[in-house]
Design a protein. Structure first.
Length: 261
């Protein structure tokens, strides 16, 4: 299959399919959602970290001409850059229903403020666009790496989309309109992927650094946005479940990467 078709199919998997999965998740009873969402988050942490350390970074350093120190610096700058983006509220990654920005009470208080809804949609669109660029860069390096990267994107997109849906619904938006708006913003994943495919053709020397930025993105999301939410449950049983699910996420990426090669 042509490389472009791979990029289109898996960028849609990382974007639109994640929105559909999140919308189906919202159809479940609230008690189920409350129990299941932390499990999704734990699994996503493992998948993101495994994709960063076992796939993206090794591939970014695979080129003989690449300076490992430059790759390390790119990862560091990437993490700091994503921190600044989130500080400017351009990138929203809150995945917990207890998060201040995503809690029902906070969403209700801000529901009348259309700028909040706009900010969520714009931030989500920007996030998805960058995901598309990262997916395309991964596929242009190696098809197997592209598949693994897409899986990692999908695992963290689902809990993120659930959080975004919650804000839109509490702002007074109907389920249908919230679904349409989220699908619309998810299309930017495909747009980012296609633009990257065109823009990076003939510029292969930049791809290792884009992979390093992808790794920094996954590390930041896992450690700064997802992991702190797990500390809200301090019981031993909850901790064991979290560790097992994180390990399952790691195993999923490791198995996919190994079997595809």
């Amino acid at each position: 299959m042509d490389l472009l078709y791979w990029i289109i199919i898996f960028s849609l998997l990382g974007g639109v399919v994640s929105v559909i999965a999140a919308s189906v998740f919202l159809l479940l009873p609230e008690s189920w959602r409350t129990r299941l969402l932390p499990h999704f988050v734990s699994y996503a942490i493992g998948a993101l970290l495994a994709a960063a350390f076992l796939a993206l970074l090794p591939h970014s350093m695979n080129e003989a001409s690449v300076d490992f120190h430059q790759i390390g610096l790119t990862v560091l700058l990437g993490i700091l850059g994503f921190f600044l983006l989130e500080k400017m509220v351009l990138w929203r990654h809150c995945h917990s229903s207890h998060c201040e920005a995503h809690s029902p009470d906070e969403a209700h208080k801000k529901g009348s403020d259309q700028s909040v809804v706009t900010l969520i949609l714009v931030g989500d669109g920007l996030h998805n666009f960058v995901d598309g660029v990262l997916i395309a860069a991964a596929f242009m390096t190696d098809i197997h790496l592209g598949v693994v990267t897409s899986i990692a994107v999908a695992t963290h997109e689902i809990p993120q989309e659930v959080g975004d849906f919650a804000i839109l619904l509490h702002s007074g938006m109907s389920r249908l309109k919230a679904f349409i708006m989220n699908v619309s913003t998810s299309i930017t994943t495909l747009i980012g992927a296609l633009l990257a495919y065109v823009g990076l053709s003939g510029m292969e020397s930049l791809i290792p650094f884009i992979l390093a930025i992808a790794a920094s993105s996954f590390i930041y999301i896992a450690m700064a946005d997802l992991l702190p939410g797990l500390h809200k449950k301090t019981q031993l049983s909850a901790t064991i479940k979290q560790i097992l699910l994180i390990v399952m996420g790691v195993i999923t990426i490791y198995a996919a990467h190994s079997s595809l090669h």
